[in-house]
Design a protein around this ligand. Structure first.
Ligand SMILES: [Zn+2]
Length: 332
């Protein structure tokens, strides 16, 4: 294993993914471990420490690791590395994760939320490379977003900025998990796509949609992944459902462009592959939802890192702005 590596650790409610990443963003090795999030702070910390230990065991000397970046669900304080009170991590309440990990390993530790970290990895090494201002959205079970301005994460006053998934586009819309009405997350993330598919199927009983076939005839079993698979085979209903989702996303992206006018918009997360063929449809709709007369010049691209976004994101948090030449020399 080469020297000069970054460690990215992605802590979720049920599992930890961790990996070694080169200073130019290549993931060299990775592992998954269970996260113990319901049995108190000490066991939860031990689970994370054990994942980090396993990665240290893969390098020639501990000095090979330049820093450890950890992404976790918010709310958290990226300035102090304190985990505040994430619903998915009941183990930690006002827990100083950063200093606890630093005590054990003696290297620089950074902590941030997963979407901010993934946005930074994309801006530094991924589809956002070469762009100054990047808006990143991860669309999966929820919608997480990150804003990179001039190459750094925009955190806002207390670190709570860039909650784009909870920007509402309909104050009379469905209630989101956060309590607000009409958040884009409640309208266009995976579960919302599945709900819309079920409504279509109920309305159109007797349809021969491939979605119903994939669910073995059980409307309640329909998932957003089935909509994606059906769409890939040319299913008409699946296309209608995804186009409705694209309409809603276009309103939201139009708002985002009017607010930020980023240089590029990146879409990642579990739904990015399914929605990717429809990005042009978003661009076509933007002039109707945006006052920016040059909104269609802004590229809408699929993010580079897929399921590994958390590992790359964690690593990006502790990377400095290496040039490629510098990173290559760091590997000797
Ligand atoms: Zn919300």
């Amino acid at each position: 294993m080469q020297d000069g590596l970054l460690m990215g650790v992605d802590v979720g409610g049920t599992k930890i993914a961790a990996g070694l990443v080169t200073p130019d963003g290549e993931i060299r090795s990775q592992l998954k471990a269970p996260m113990i999030s319901r049995e108190g702070p000490a066991l939860a910390l031990a689970a994370v420490v054990s994942a980090i230990d396993s990665l240290y065991a893969q390098v020639k000397s501990p000095a090979s690791i330049q820093g450890i970046g950890i992404c976790a669900p918010g709310p958290l304080d990226p300035n102090t590395g304190v985990i505040v009170n994430p619903p998915n991590l009941p183990c930690w309440r006002d827990f100083p994760l950063s200093s606890e990990i630093a005590k054990k390993f003696g290297v620089s530790i950074k902590v941030d939320n997963d979407a901010n970290a993934a946005a930074l990895a994309e801006a530094r090494w991924g589809a956002g490379r070469g762009y100054k201002n990047v808006f990143y959205a991860s669309i999966g079970t929820g919608i997480g977003t990150g804003i990179i301005l001039d190459g750094t994460i925009y955190h806002g006053r207390t670190g709570a900025a860039a909650e784009g998934g909870h920007v509402s586009i309909d104050y009379r819309g469905p209630r989101c998990g956060c309590g607000k009405l009409g958040c884009i997350e409640a309208l266009a993330a995976g579960p919302a796509i599945a709900l819309r598919a079920r409504a279509h199927l109920r309305q159109d009983l007797g349809t021969d949609s491939a979605i119903l076939e994939l669910a073995h005839g059980d409307i309640e079993a329909v998932t957003s992944e089935m909509v994606g698979s059906a769409y890939a085979t040319g299913d008409r209903m699946a296309k209608d459902i995804l186009l409705e989702t694209i309409d809603l996303l276009s309103v939201w992206i139009g708002n985002t462009i009017d607010l930020l006018e980023p240089d590029v918009i990146l879409i990642g997360g579990g739904a990015a592959t399914m929605l990717g063929p429809l990005f042009d449809e978003i661009r076509d709709r933007l002039p109707g939802y945006c006052v920016n007369s040059r909104c269609q010049e802004i590229p809408i691209l699929k993010a580079r890192y897929g399921a590994d976004a958390g590992i790359a994101g964690g690593a990006a948090l502790c990377s400095t702005t290496f040039t490629r030449a510098e990173s290559l020399s760091a590997l000797h």
